[in-house]
Design a protein around this ligand. Sequence first.
Ligand code: 9WN
Length: 503
Amino acid sequence: MKYPGSSGGGPKTDDPGSGKGGRSHGDERSLVGSPRANKTTSQRHDPIEEAPALGREAARVLRLNDMGGWTKAAPELYPHQWSWDSAFIAIGLAHLDTRRAARELETLFAHQWRTGKVSHIVFNPDAPPESYFPGPDHWSCAASSPDAPPAPPYTSCLSQPPVHAIAALRIWEAARFAGEEEVSCARAFLGRIYPGLLSWHRYLMTYRDPEGSGLVTIYHPWGSGTDNSPRWDAPLEALAVGEVGPYPRYDLRHVGSPSQRPTNAEYDRYLWLVDLIKRAHRCDEATIYESHPFLIKDVLTSAILVAANEALTEISSLVGAPEDDRVLISGWMARGRRGLEGCWDRELGLCLDYDLRAEEPIRVRTVAGFAPLIAGSLSRTRLDALLRTFDSPDFCEHRGLRWPLPPSTSPEDPGFRPRSYWRGPTWPVVNWLLWWSLVRAGEVGRAERLRRTALEQLAVRGFGEYFDPFTGQLLGSDAQSWTAAVALDWLAGETLPKAGLAS
Ligand code: 9WN
């Protein structure tokens, strides 16, 4: 696989009207340059011209959240190590310090479960007890599973999309521009991480796909990484929720308005599902599969797994793994692509998740529907159909958009909410996945437009967690690590300061 490279080679905000100083559409700034210039919407930002300063800012965010061998997902809202965040973070760090990037992944994989599962959170034992809920105490019983890694640190027993092999390969690619010593360190790193990556993918292809469908099953919305997406509304609605007791919402302290985060009703359901998972013989996978009321074939996770398997094939060659491994991995890719093909909805021009309990596809229009693009190797007809949807008023050409970037949920879908987390805002990491996939699909022009637009958004608004697609307002956390990381990857190939993490 040729790894796509670019160019071919603050403050929290409040909802408008809340009277608490949110930035409005016309109140835009340039994040880059010193002092920060107040540019208005009428002024154009050329993120490429601003690349050195933007790159410096991104490196500063990663330094701010650096915990030594791993990176907090965000300064306050997320004080632990999240699985897919760390993978994206490693992709960004690869351009600053390939060894530190490698360490990001190795720290995460040091807490891999015996089944091969990479936990969705590795809890920071030093985080203040009232900083994140549900924290290590809530998950501590997962440590009594015979499959769990030694604790502390505690881990959750969920997982997130498997971006890690893609990140490991990116580290290798970046090391090749950094000199011989870096190349040999990166090769050694690939050798060390390869068995962990293989067993992670094997876990997803077996425990999470006992049907052999090629599609990964999730048993909690947090496992999808797109927590309150309307994709999960119907299955969550169908739950008979028991007593979850009072619980804190520390997350709401760190965002401008509760409307930016999932609702209490959604949290009741999340916590109820966690209780059920913990009761299932201490998070035993087979028991969960038998008894759990929320079991979904997640097309986005499944597609990321196909792409990650493609990266893993390349890694397996680089480390001289046995031919049998390559045969196994290529079988997984073929199975994954077949599975996704079976989820295609012609009318919507998107791929749909499948609810195993309700035995029906989930007909909502979200960015997850572009999953086949991420999985790659599409027929021209399928690619064109996806691009038509991508460029349509359902997504990038919706007339109200501040920037032509894909909203997490289509504004034409009844579940759309422009300011609520995964129900509408644009997410830079999703833009990165789509950009990367477009490059791999040979859609270089479209990819380049997406890269520049996504960078412009960050140059104007900052390294936010997500953004209101209509006003462009920064939402959720500022200084979000994975946002800074994908910006660094987008900027690689432009003139970047050799800042490193230490400076
Ligand atoms: C729950 C850290 C994580 C991301 C997820 C995002 C959000 C957590 C939360 O933050 O999830 O895992 O508390 O909302 O949905 O994708 O990995 O950035």
